[in-house]
Write a protein that binds this ligand. Structure first.
Ligand SMILES: [Zn+2]
Length: 83
């Protein structure tokens, strides 16, 4: 029986960026989507692993379907104003 009762909690360095769950990471990834390829540092909060090239990050994102984030952009403030 593999019954997910709770969402996976991300690694500590992801939580330091305000990302607690996979859902948070996926939302952050969507915010970065437009400029994602211009990154120089990427990070998978599920594997706690860094990538120095967009190519490697993209292979991980597509192959494993992990929300690999553009890490230097993770601390960017939200661009769209809410409310
Ligand atoms: Zn991963």
């Amino acid at each position: 029986m593999d019954r997910p009762s709770r969402e996976t909690v991300l690694a500590a360095s992801a939580q330091a960026m305000g990302l607690t769950t996979v859902t948070d990471a996926k939302a952050a990834l969507l915010r970065q989507a437009a400029a994602w390829w211009q990154g120089s540092l990427y990070y998978c909060p599920l594997c706690d692993e860094e990538f120095r090239e967009a190519d490697a990050a993209a292979r991980h994102l597509i192959g494993l379907k992990h929300p690999v984030l553009r890490w230097e952009a993770a601390s960017w403030p939200d661009i769209e104003a809410e409310g």
